[in-house]
Design a protein around this ligand. Sequence first.
Ligand code: RP5
Length: 165
Amino acid sequence: MSSALVSIICGSRSDLATVERGAALLTELAVAHEMRIISAHRAPALLDRYVSAATERGVRVFVCAAGLAAHLAGAVAARTAWPVIGLPMPGGSGGVGGGLDALLSTVQMPPGVPVATVGLGNARNAALLAAQILAISDPALAERIRALRAGQTRAVEDDPLNEGA
Ligand code: RP5
């Protein structure tokens, strides 16, 4: 695969199963991507090195999945001027409000350092948003996204319960 344009970072291996659904969508859309597991709290020096190296290599959008205190997306956004998409995770023992802790922690960034935050565990939306950002300067990718969206529309229209509607 060519050099990754999207980096998906998980705060823990326990986030992986959910996050892989986003990676699968990027594969479907033929968007070059890579995945890492780097906790902002347990491995801050590695995160620091990785964000610089990935940006150097050509990564242009970061998707960051984390639960609980969920500082990963913010920590990445502090280290790059490329878009960062936060994917708050609902899991984690000791979590509050079924993931409300992670959602608020991810979305409530201080002015000047934005994180585009998707819904709890919604890895497909995070991946799709990353692809849409790249599609601004990639007409072929924009066409693949339009086809995907058209497929979603057809699936609703063709639902047997909607016959005759
Ligand atoms: C966060 O805490 C991770 O992103 C994960 O969602 C949660 C629990 O992590 P583990 O204790 O399973 O490693 O840092």
